[in-house]
Design a protein around this ligand. Sequence first.
Ligand code: ADP
Ligand code: MG
Length: 817
Amino acid sequence: MNADSLRKILDLERQKGYADTAVFGGLDKFLHNWSARAVESVSNPRLLARFHKLFKAGYAAMTPEQRHDWVQDVLGFLDDIESKDSVAQKPAVIPPVPPARKRSVPKVKKVPAPPVGPRLDSPVTIVKGISTSLSGKFGKLGVKTVRDLLYFFPHRHIDYSKMKLISQLVEGEEQTIVANVWQAQETRPGGRRSAEAIVGDETGNIRVVWFNQPYLAKKLTTNTRIMLSGRVSLFRGLHVFQSPEWEIVEGQDLIHTARLVPVYPLTQGLRPRQVRKLMKEFIDLWVGRVPEFLPPEMRKRLNLLELPAAISQAHYPEDEVTKDKARVRLAFDELFLLQLGVMSKKRDWQESRPGSPFDIKKPVVDKFLDSLPFTLTSAQDKVLKEILADLGQTKPMSRLLQGEVGSGKTVVATAALLVAAANGYQGAFMAPTEILAEQHFATICQLLSKLGQEEGEGYLKSYSGFLERPLKVALLIGDIKQAGKKQIQKQIFEGDIDILIGTHALVQKGVGFHKLGLAVVDEQHRFGVEQRSALREKGFNPHMLVMTATPIPRTLALTLYGDLDLSVIDELPPGRQTVKTKWLKPNQRESAYAFVRKQVKESRQVFILCPLIEESEAIIAQAAVVEYERLSQEVFPDLKLGLLHGRLSSADKDAVMGEFRGGGLDILVSTPVIEVGIDIPNATVMLIESADRFGLSQLHQFRGRVGRGEEQSYCMLLAENPSEVARERLDIIENVQDGFKLAEEDLKMRGPGEFFGTRQSGLPDLRMAKISDVAILELARNEAINLFEVDPGLERVEHKLLGHEMARVWAGAAEWS
Ligand code: ADP
Ligand code: MG
């Protein structure tokens, strides 16, 4: 029998993920022919029985798991039969096979194959080896479906591919040896039950210790052949392997040693070896089911790996080069799909009804600018011109305004809102938190009050002096008293309010605008896609201005916000000082408090930012209360402290902020709600607890809360036990003031996915793409643009699969911005 041809086919089938693609026309046909011939050479009745049993099954009808098991069985069978055969061949006489036997060659039953097997979006529990409890653990890591598991990539790989002989081992490097176990025994170094072994190759012996793993002593019997990967250290002048990765060599694919070994994200109850083993089996079995969605022509032209290969190489790469190719392919996918999605949003947007062109009332704008106590920086001036030019167009404005904290975006937005009002349209200004909305309300009112006469109080103010009629500005947030809210809603509906400032309360039911012409969204990356589009829906294709203090490198901005035009305020108003930033060791806490006290004595004010805990808003608030009490009773009993957190009613928040702003409080203890936009010029100290938990951009935002007045300001960072990455971040924030540089560093360290919180923003996930991938980014962008030109609806046959993938990836992301 020709066992080798079958073996080759089965091997190929395994590599292709048991997709029944190893032979043209399907395996069943091949097996039918093969077994008809092979059965003749099987004489041993027991083996014959096994033969029949094995080849009776219809391969096409099996699930991937069944196929996997079946292939294993057949391979085992072939091994058995060959060893038996070789014995049996020596005697010259092979008993003739009775003709009847020939007859009994099983006809492969014609079971119609299901069109699709278990689908990639089935829950992970259908994967062999994943129980319900295990699936819960994977769930914690964001892995719910088979597809998630395929894309559950390791953080990194350890390079155990460097094979050495024992005599060549050097200290400190990751190295691998293959050796024989001479003896292994349980030991108790320092009372810890451990295993110790002596292993050897042709060049020498070495001692190996595994702390806390006594069971290995039994497992590693004498003469077991094992791979060991890890670092070697010197102990009493001799080399010793300490707790290396180990693997018994039995001709199988190695998964823990002697290769690039993946390091997977773990959670409680998941062990590295367990996850590696599970992933290897899973990937081998399933990856062949992942459809290649890139058009073949494109994939070949760009020299990208095929998708199944890319996925399996991202997990268990052959070598560094292939690993890199895999990442390039996967990163390309992410950025390409992102770009295509963003472009099709833009198309929808442009093809929808025209917006309302405004008449740019220059006298109104000039009057406003003249009334300000400062002149615009040239960057502000340039950006305002860009915005006003947009507002004059029939095509609704769709612009992203980027500008460092404190660069003066609000003034620019206010000027635009005035133009809307002067044209008889309403303007809306949406902020991510109530505190910010309140502050914007206060700021905008203050800006307007420089010229216009102010009337009214609380949530509704009115200014004369700009327009022929009074200009009305209102605040709408979640917990304004019901009656007041009703009143404001009524006035908005009747067109009696010109500028409405608020939180997402603006987009809730019950808020109907009379004639919304301009929507401004502040700190846009903190809003969900739905909220932004809901705001847009409130008007008749209003102009949109979205603002962010997060500087985004241009190429990335073009990809992420391909549908927005970009304006940048790249200059701070004159006289801004740098905030002295210092990362303090835990034992310097007392001196930090002393410094706070000293500043308060000089009539300055201080922010103390509470530890970040990744819990519910309620728990964060509770922790803040505890910290506030500790500080006010034990540390600063003689000073006036206030507390701010997200759970306070808006009246209480107002009261606290008002008191702090007015100088009634020395110290404001706060949760990270204070992150953006808060503007208190007399505050000179920002003390951040558990600074190691925050990203660079966030720390920079916090720091931006001080240094807004004349006085030298300070930012102190406390971190109890920072990780290595956190130390790196703290070092950077200590030394870099430039928000743009920080954002780039942040992107480098976290990757755009985490950086932008793509999940909540409704953007597809970015896992493989890195900000440093400018080349891939540009490639993906160009490909998307070209493809879009020839087939924007992805309707051609060769783009069908791509269209499906697009729909899948963008499902739920109903509209972007
Ligand atoms: P952003 O929203 O960009 O963080 P803001 O608009 O809140 O910044 O402005 C920060 C502070 O700078 C405000 O107090 C504002 O009045 C002030 N400001 C804005 N533009 C200028 C300018 N050209 N010169 C001086 N101060 C300015
Ligand atoms: Mg702002």
